[in-house]
Design a protein around this ligand. Structure first.
Ligand SMILES: [Cu+2]
Length: 67
């Protein structure tokens, strides 16, 4: 799977996933920032049972505001 995460905010952001079993560098998190106007394209193979999965912004210090 490849997901294109485009940051259309006027500030840097990042996302991370919940429930996915995936390589750490594909998980996002507070130190993997996506600058305004940039796109981050994690790609990985999903190899787990069907589940409810979600993602949310996770920038250090502004997670609450962006969520
Ligand atoms: Cu989270």
């Amino acid at each position: 799977m490849r997901i294109n995460v485009g940051n259309e905010l006027d500030e840097a952001s990042t996302v991370h996933w919940h429930g996915l079993s995936l390589p750490a560098e594909m998980d996002g998190g507070p130190h993997q920032m996506v600058e305004p106007g940039a796109t981050w394209s994690p790609n990985f193979t999903i190899d787990q049972p069907a589940a409810t999965l979600w993602y949310h912004p996770h920038p250090d210090g502004t997670t609450e505001h962006q969520v």
